[in-house]
Design a protein around this ligand. Structure first.
Ligand code: MN
Ligand code: MN
Length: 397
């Protein structure tokens, strides 16, 4: 080590864990300055933070990247983020023509297209088939156990997969090549009523993902089917949906009420504009799993019993809020903060602190909080999921 290694890094260039009130002290290191810069509110938490709330953040940048000819995949499951018991997420890229092979799994699959376009195929338990192309801002849902495939079109694609079980791994799904590789040839021959020679060149193990040619037109790939197509659409145009617009941003909600096939996953696509804040609220149905799409923000989670903890998030991060815990999310940057709120539920549901107070007898609320007409007259009976945050009010401790 160099002689100056015991000198603290200078003020001005790097943050030091010292609050405005003087609490804390310089950090001599070892330290990861880049991480400290990315997490200013974890490095110097608000004075209102307290207690032992477990970790509620994991970045896809800290995962094991699986590289294939045809694309890549990486996942955040309960293995990476132990509190995430309800949902596992996979970030996947497919090249033009790249195929995520024909497979199925015990969990339902919900997905949001981040970039490019893909072709999906599926067949349900009644022999009804499905084929569709999806683009940026579209989503899909495959019910548990239903087989499917994904293939990148001309521009390739990248998407987020969400599974309704935190212990799911996309690396342990049921794959067509895996089953063929682990079935004796005489069984295959009998099953399909062909000679064993028909299987002379099958892969000897699971392929998972591989490069192929960009498929022809959707029309050219449709397979005529005496049983017809699946009765409920497996895809939904979420970004194209007209949003709920409030002064701080926009919200688009998708669940089984407007996307009937999605019976186990509910979601909200939220935009928090610069200077906006997802209001103080909680969810009465289940844990919340978050995926940050753009920008930077911070979330504080209130866990009762005097506990609260703040986390910084940025594009590519996963966030988590355990069932019923109060929380709010601020946009801390100069661009819109877009993120997905995902729930293992058939319906999206949230309770607004503001609306709750507005619809409760005034005297009752006042007697709790020692507040006057200034607050009581400002309460809103209408729910505004995203409100404005007045940066002039920011008085870091
Ligand atoms: Mn799948
Ligand atoms: Mn929430």
């Amino acid at each position: 080590m160099m002689d100056n290694s015991r000198n603290p890094l200078p003020y001005g260039n790097v943050p030091q864990p010292i609050r405005k009130d003087g609490a804390g002290a310089t950090d001599y290191g070892p330290r990861d300055v880049m991480r400290d810069l990315e997490n200013p509110d974890m490095f110097i938490p608000p004075i209102t933070d307290a207690g032992t709330i477990p970790n509620l953040k994991f970045s896809f940048s800290d995962t094991h990247m699986q590289l294939y000819h045809g694309g890549w995949a990486r996942e955040v499951t309960a293995r990476e983020l132990p509190i995430s018991k309800t949902i596992a997420g996979v970030n996947m890229r497919l090249t033009p023509g790249g195929i995520r092979e024909l497979h199925w799994h015990k969990q339902s699959e919900w997905a949001y297209m981040l970039y490019g376009r893909a072709r999906l195929t599926s067949v349900d338990q009644d022999g009804r088939n499905f084929i569709a192309d999806v683009g940026e801002g579209d989503l899909w849902f495959f019910p548990s156990g239903i087989p499917h495939s994904i293939q990148g079109l001309e521009e390739g694609c990248e998407f987020l997969l969400v599974f309704d079980d935190g212990y799911f791994s996309d690396l342990s799904t049921f794959s067509i090549t895996d089953w063929f590789a682990h079935t004796p040839k005489d069984i295959l021959a009998s099953n399909f009523d062909v000679p064993e020679s028909a299987f002379a060149h099958i892969p000897n193990k699971q392929r998972y993902m591989f490069q192929a040619n960009v498929p022809g037109s959707l029309e050219s790939q449709k397979v005529s089917n005496p049983y017809g197509t699946v009765p409920k659409n497996f895809t939904f145009k979420l970004l194209a949906q007209k949003p709920l617009v409030t002064p701080g941003g926009t919200v688009r909600i998708v669940d089984s009420s407007n996307f009937p096939i999605s019976t186990t996953i509910a979601a909200a696509l939220v935009e928090i504009k610069p200077g906006g804040m997802r209001e103080m609220h909680w969810h009465p149905n289940n844990d919340e799993w978050q995926y940050y799409l753009t920008g930077t923000g911070r979330m504080t989670v209130f866990a009762a019993s005097g506990s609260a903890r703040t986390f910084n998030y940025r594009a590519g991060d996963v966030g988590y809020v355990p069932f019923a815990m109060g929380h709010y999310i601020q946009n801390t940057g100069n661009e819109s903060l877009w993120f997905l709120e995902i729930f293992k539920s058939n319906r999206f549901a949230d309770v607004s602190l503001n609306q709750w107070m507005a619809l409760t007898p005034k005297e009752l609320v006042q007697d709790h909080l020692y507040v006057g007409p200034e607050l009581m007259n400002a309460l809103r009976k209408e729910k505004w999921p995203v409100v404005k945050y007045d940066r002039n009010l920011n008085t870091p401790e």
